[in-house]
Design a protein around this ligand. Structure first.
Ligand code: NAD
Length: 338
């Protein structure tokens, strides 16, 4: 029997609608070549919802998400004033306990990369750390943010990273700042060591976050799976994306026990809104990660192969890759390959 997957698509703000629509075109192209069906339900979320709904994540969107198997999320603008609604991504990660943020970075053909042969994945704890949202003003000019690290969440993300390492090169690097954050990163380090007991075949090493940012420039090809806390993982994965070419190529998955949300690593890049200028590949690759997570490995591979073929040909290149092509042109080229 043909399987049907119900997908929540949130187009978001800024460049979000164009990269999400591009991804839906690619998903529909691969659906035609596969024996599953996609039932795509569009939901509203993002800063553009605030004037009308008073929130960036209306209750009806949450209800819509609950009816779906997975979510394809476009980037959204997060207002920075104190008291403004929390980022939609952060809210959804917590609401659906999407505890592992998986962000692959690798060299692509014809894409200028700092070093050749990079193929690493940053696994970022996704529900706590400095993203706890617990921030307050103690006195005028004196603020405090709580960096919450628990054994439970650290163990979960560490176990996820070890499982991933077992499927890859059996090499895991954990990143922390245990020399300064002795209690919080002490808990994180202990959790990784505890999780390690179940995976004796995995070679494990560790780096302080400052050394890790330097190592990603110096010898990124040495790393495979890197696991770390929330903010460190956010910074490292953006760095890894740029080291391998462009934020416009970097996709991410937010994985929980029963639900997955897939999005580009980049934000809403408001200055490029409506210009058809940015690279849709990051979101398209997030779509491929979604199909892979749903179990449609061949379809996911078809998308990846089409993206690589287009990059290899090098005829259609967006501005971030040194070309002049429009985002819609690269989407059309990928659809044609599928
Ligand atoms: P950003 O990722 O939106 O943009 C930074 C720069 O990266 C852009 O100016 C552009 O030069 C480049 N870039 C981003 N996406 C690209 C693409 N697809 N193709 C080519 N180049 C691309 O980061 P920012 O400026 O720090 O944030 C803008 C807004 O996005 C903020 O409101 C922020 O909160 C939000 N944001 C949202 C998410 C999310 O929804 N998950 C993630 C990060 C940032």
């Amino acid at each position: 029997m043909t399987k049907t997957y119900t997908i929540a698509a949130l187009k978001g703000d800024g460049i979000g609608p164009e990269v999400t629509e591009a991804t839906v075109k690619v998903l529909e192209a691969v659906e035609k070549k596969s024996d599953f069906k996609l039932n795509i339900l569009y939901g509203e979320a993002g800063a553009h919802c605030i004037p009308q709904h008073g929130t960036n994540l209306p209750a009806e969107t949450v209800e819509l998400i609950k009816k779906t198997h997975a979510c394809l999320k476009g980037p959204m603008t997060t207002p920075e004033e104190p008291g403004a609604p929390v980022s939609v991504a952060v809210t959804l990660r917590r609401m659906f306990n999407l505890y592992a943020n998986v962000r692959p970075s690798r060299t692509f053909p014809n894409v200028e990369s700092l070093k050749p042969n990079i193929d690493l994945i940053v696994v970022r704890e996704n529900t706590e750390g400095l993203y706890s949202g617990a921030e307050s003003l103690l006195a005028p000019g004196v603020g405090v943010a709580l960096r919450i690290i628990t054994r439970e969440a650290s163990l979960k993300v560490a176990d996820f990273a070890f499982k991933l390492a077992m499927k890859r090169k059996k090499h895991l690097t954990y990143i922390h700042k245990g020399n300064i954050l002795r209690i919080t990163d002490g808990i994180f380090k202990d959790a990784v060591k505890e999780a390690q007991k179940k995976y004796p075949e995995v070679e494990v090493d560790d780096l302080h976050i400052d050394a890790a940012t330097m190592q990603l420039i110096k010898q990124p090809e040495k790393y495979d799976v890197m696991v770390t806390t929330n903010l460190f993982g956010d910074i490292l994965s953006d760095e890894a994306a740029q080291v391998t070419g462009s934020l416009g190529l970097a996709a991410g998955a937010n994985i929980g026990e029963t639900y997955g949300m897939f999005e580009p690593v980049h934000g809403s890049a408001p200055k490029y809104t409506g210009m058809d200028r940015v690279n849709p590949i990051a979101t398209i690759m997030a779509g491929a990660m979604m199909l892979d997570w749903l179990g449609e490995k061949a379809a996911a591979q078809k998308i990846e192969d089409a993206v690589i073929a287009v990059l290899k040909e090098g005829k259609v290149r967006t501005h971030d890759l040194g070309g002049t092509a429009k985002g819609s042109e690269i989407t059309a080229a990928i659809v044609a390959k599928i």
